[in-house]
Design a protein around this ligand. Structure first.
Ligand code: PMP
Length: 369
């Protein structure tokens, strides 16, 4: 089979050694003669997997002991309601920064529980930037942020310093770069980008923040229930946690978050440079807030767009179409994507430009921009 480059936005590419180990474990896990899909989540062997996954999360992100690391289900979307269910009830309001489609979804859910103050929004420019001058509303239960806007291709590179608890949706950039966990009261992330396969949601939360919840919360939505049961109040997503463990082992083996951050900078810089240079394409996010994970851009016109889609798919490049409501291109450069894939895409963009210019010559890029 010819080479496939997976630029999908999630579920996304996972490292080949991880896929190999995972597929072996589906047949015979650890020489037990049982599949990882068949084992009891209460078995000591699987408890060790959960513990190891937690330890790796702690080590790779330098999570302090004063924080809990929890594995839940329901995806990041469940966190949109679980956060206000735990922290907004009985409080006056919560502040939200509106930076994109997923922030909007979080806002919609929070409104079911209390007053929501949108402290700023980049909706005026189709969410192509991150608003930087905002203050959380006085007395807010928390300020909710989205560190990487997967659909729009923007990323927050600095976080506000405020006395209001910070809650952050890090679904699409966690483990891609260094973060300071202490800056946040609660971080959540769906697994299916840089953590592992879909099915598990990671929550990292400050214990004192969890203990500040005084009202009754249904067990499956109560963070403390997960904390008190090693994330096994009910049957956890066994396979997803196991593959996340393998993936975090892989990340550690290549040098951890510090190392991958440099690789991610190199990959995204390479692609953005080509988008800026190439007369056929134009980036859509404000250069200051361009995401290193999800690179969004468009073609000069729809004809060029469909011609490039065709050419890219003929070269085994999959997952490059923009989100359904946005269109254009979205190329995701998650941790497991090797730089060679970006080099191949950049090369193809160059060849495409030459080919198009031969057909319809252009005077300069300024004609388009
Ligand atoms: N937040 C962000 C930033 C996302 O990228 C996504 C989807 N990938 C979600 C939330 C929703 O995640 P899920 O599909 O796991 O519910």
């Amino acid at each position: 089979m010819s080479k496939i480059y997976n630029f999908g936005a999630g579920p996304c590419i996972l490292p080949e050694p991880v896929l190999k180990k995972a597929s072996q474990a589906v047949i015979n896990w650890n020489g037990t003669g049982l599949s990882i899909l068949e084992i009891s989540h209460r078995s000591p062997d699987f408890e060790a997997v959960v513990q190891k996954t937690e330890n790796l999360v702690r080590e790779l992100l330098q999570v302090p002991d004063t924080y809990s690391v929890l594995f839940l289900q329901g995806g990041a979307s469940t966190q949109f309601s679980m956060v206000p269910l735990n922290f907004l009830q009985g409080k006056q309001r919560a502040s939200y920064l509106d930076t994109g489609v997923f922030a909007q979804k979080a806002i919609k859910e929070a409104r079911l529980f209390g007053e929501v103050e949108i402290v700023d929004s980049s909706r005026d420019k189709a969410y192509n930037y991150i608003p930087c001058r905002f203050e959380p509303a006085y007395g807010s239960a928390y300020l909710h942020l989205t560190s990487n806007n997967t659909i729009e291709g923007t990323e927050m590179f600095s976080f506000p310093k405020t006395a209001i608890p910070l809650v952050c949706d890090m679904s699409s950039d966690i483990f891609s770069r260094k973060i300071s966990v202490c800056d946040f009261e609660l971080i959540y992330a769906g697994a299916q980008k840089n953590l592992g396969p879909a099915g598990m949601t990671l929550v990292i939360a400050k214990n004192t923040y969890l203990d500040s919840v005084k009202h009754a919360v249904p067990s499956m939505s109560d963070y403390r229930v997960y904390r008190n049961n090693l994330s096994m109040f009910n049957t956890p997503p066994v396979f997803s946690i196991y593959v996340a463990m393998l993936n975090l082992e892989w990340l550690k083996s290549i040098g951890g978050v510090d190392e991958i951050e440099q690789v991610n900078i190199a990959k995204s810089t390479l692609l953005y440079a080509e988008i800026d240079r190439n007369t056929m394409f134009e980036g859509t996010a404000d250069p200051e807030h361009r995401s290193r994970m999800n690179i969004t851009f468009k073609a000069r016109d729809l004809e060029i767009e469909s011609a490039f889609f065709k050419m890219a798919s003929g070269h085994g490049m999959v997952g490059i179409s923009g989100y359904r409501s946005v269109g254009g291109f979205r190329v995701s450069l998650y941790n497991a994507l090797p730089i060679e894939a970006v080099e191949a895409l950049v090369e193809l963009m160059k060849v495409f430009e030459k080919q198009e210019l031969r057909a319809v010559p252009l005077v300069s890029k300024s004609i388009i921009k």
